[in-house]
Every structure is written in C-alpha cells, then in structure tokens.
Ligand binder design. Structure first.
Ligand code: NAI
Length: 344
C-alpha cells in the first residue's frame, strides 16, 4: 500500500482522488498547507501530494526526507513553489504538465469578456431590477491587438480563442514556437502595441515582476491586463498605480503575488489584512478570481488521474518516472531524451 499525505485538500480534491484511487494507494487528506510546521504530518507516508500554495523549500524538503517521504507529487503544472535543487538527490518530484489547458485559456477569455462588456456590473444590476445601461459601454474585441506573453500549451489555446474573435495576435516567448504561424515580437514591441496583454509564461527569476512600473509606462493608455498564470509576474503596487493614473483600463487577475494565505478560503466576514488586494478589488475595472482558472470537471479528473499514475510509476517500477521534474534540466522531456533514466 502506497501512503500519500495530501496537503491543502479541498472537498473537490477528495472527491476526484477517491473516485480514482485504487486499493494500492491510500490518501491522508489534510486541510492544512504544507510548510515547516506541518511537514511532520507526513511522517509514515511514502509521498506527499501538494498544490500551488504549499511551501516546498529546503527546510520542508529536509523534514520530509527525515520522515521517510520519497516523492513529492504536485497536483498542478507550475512548480515555482518547489526548491528543485534542494530536492535533488533526496526526493523525486513529479507534476501534472497538462490537465486542461483549455480550462485556463477559457477562463482567461471569460474574464476578458466579463470585464470589457461589464457583465459583472450588469449581473448585479438586473438582480436589483436596475435595467439602466449607463456606464456599461464596452468595446469590440474584433480588430483589437492582443499580446500574448508565453506561447506554451495555454497561451496557444488562448491565441486560437482570440483569433476566433477576429483579433490581431502578437506574442513574445523566450523560445518562440517554430512554424506555429504566430507573429512574434520583442517584449517591448508587445507592450507598446497591445490593447490587451495576457500572461501565460511561468514564474521564474527572469519573469518575476515582468509587468512593473517601467513595463506599464510603455503600454497603451487603456490597456487591459490579464493574468491567469502566476501572481508575481505582476508588481501589484505598480498595477494599482497604473489603474489610479487611468493608464491601465482594466485588470483581470486569477492570481496574486500574496495569494497564498488568502485565496481558496472563505474570508467573508473577516477584515482583509492585505491593503493592496483590498484596494485592487475595490476598483470598478478590476476583476479578481481566486486561482480558479483550472477548476473544471475535466481538469479535476485529469489532475487526479495523472497524479495517481505518476505516484504509481515511481513506486511500481525501476525505470523512468512519469512527469518527473529534474533539477539539472528542469524539463522532463529532456530527461527522457538525454538520460533515459530517473533524475537521480
Ligand atoms: P507551458 O510550459 O506549456 O508554456 C509556458 C511558455 O512560457 C513556454 O512557451 C515557455 O517558452 C514560455 N516562457 C518561459 N520563460 C519565459 C519568459 N521569460 N518570457 C516569455 N515566455 C517564457 O505552460 P502552460 O501549461 O501553458 O502554463 C503556463 C502557466 O500557466 C504556468 O506556468 C502556470 O504558472 C500557469 N497556470 C495557471 C493555472 C491557474 O489555475 N490559474 C493553472 C495552470 C497553469
């Protein structure tokens, strides 16, 4: 029997994992997030299963290792919260590289349409039998230029959606996709030319605060900024300034740099301690969702299926581990090609 401690568990996680876990795996569902104080709860378990806001730094990794844990199974794609170099040689790390890029791309489109057609305002008005249209004027997406930063799985699906609206698409990626038919430009050009900017690149040391004061300065007046990737891609203080200066026309945020202690929980009735987030939410042209872009039935099913299969692949065979992350190359495809074996 493989024992797995799942941290930061929500009801929907338990339902989808229980539906697919066989007799060979038992999950210990913990509501608490993984951090230095809670790592010892994994004692007696063979693996931990973690999500986007669990802390998997060196201290946590060392504690897990001391407690006999062998595997960190991320039930998400992004792994910026894991210190892979600290894990190397101690714990193997697997993730779910794609569970439904459609879920995230479609949520991005939903946020964009909601924002620019003022659906969030109209919904509240008509519930109150207020049928006035004043202040609800939007703009056509057709013919507008969207700048997509990061043209991986999610970015490309979002590009297809935008093309369906008749938008001009330009993109920036550190590694442009050859023969993709995508028009790549420099980041500067993208910032200057786009009516709408959507972030779909990972959070790395290079991309942290890539949307800062200087970047916002270069943008068109009235630009709409969409972030369904990682909060720290945007310097939220600079964004707020841009909104207050009427430079940024609207912002749609599914992620926020300091979300870890706030998102995913019901905090209604409590005073929000994060002044910046409270101020952003209070803006009429800001929409915040609580890291919800992944949350579709299809995605939850695929997350559970791939995570369980990743765990089995580590414990049931000697060779390659499905979807293992590697400290050296940081990319499992390259592990496969070059090493043809486990990361260590
Ligand atoms: P992916 O790995 O398929 O694509 C990422 C793209 O970003 C790649 O083309 C890569 O070359 C590019 N990139 C890397 N560094 C860059 C840089 N410095 N500048 C510009 N581009 C760069 O990843 P995928 O599946 O498309 O996911 C994108 C991001 O979406 C993830 O990193 C994750 O943070 C986020 N995400 C958010 C979810 C949510 O619920 N809000 C759910 C799933 C993912």
């Amino acid at each position: 029997m493989i024992r797995v401690a799942m941290f930061d568990t929500k009801e929907y996680d338990e339902i989808s994992f229980e539906a697919q876990a066989g007799a060979d795996i038992s999950f210990k569902y913990l509501e608490t997030k993984l951090n230095e104080d809670t790592a010892s709860l994994a004692a007696g378990c063979d693996a931990v299963c973690v999500f986007v806001n669990d802390t998997v730094n060196k201290a946590v990794i060392d504690k897990l290792y001391e407690n006999g844990v062998k595997l960190i199974a991320l039930r998400c794609a992004g792994y910026n919260n894991v210190d892979l170099s600290a894990a190397y040689g101690k714990l193997h790390v697997v993730h779910v590289p794609a569970y439904s890029p459609y879920a995230v791309a479609e949520h991005t489109a939903a946020l964009l349409l909601t924002s620019i057609r003022r659906i969030h305002k109209a919904y509240n008005r008509t519930r109150d039998f207020n049928f006035s249209l004043n202040g609800l004027t939007g703009f056509d997406l057709h013919g507008k230029t969207v700048g997509v930063i990061g043209t991986g799985k999610i970015g490309r699906i979002f590009i297809d959606i935008c093309r369906g609206f008749g938008m001009n698409v330009i993109a920036y990626d550190l590694f442009p996709a050859k023969d993709s038919g995508i028009t790549y430009v420099t980041l500067d050009e993208l910032l200057k030319k786009s009516d709408i900017i959507s972030l779909h690149c990972p959070l790395t040391e290079d991309t942290r605060h890539m949307i800062d004061r200087v970047a916002i300065e270069k943008m068109k007046k009235g630009v709409v900024i969409l972030n369904t990737s990682r909060g720290a891609l945007i310097d939220a203080e600079a964004l707020l300034e841009g909104i207050k200066a009427r430079k940024v026309g609207a912002a749609c945020l599914d992620v926020y740099e300091e979300e870890a202690d706030i998102f995913f929980e019901d905090r209604s009735g409590h005073i929000l301690n994060d002044e910046l987030l409270a101020r952003l939410i209070s803006m009429p042209n800001v929409i915040v969702t609580s890291h919800q872009a992944f949350l579709t039935e299809e995605a939850l099913h695929n997350i559970a299926e791939t995570t369980i299969s990743n765990i089995r692949s580590y414990f049931n065979n000697e060779g390659l581990i499905d979807n293992e992350l590697c400290y050296h190359c940081g990319h499992m495809e390259q592990c496969r090609k070059e090493r043809k074996q486990r990361c260590f």
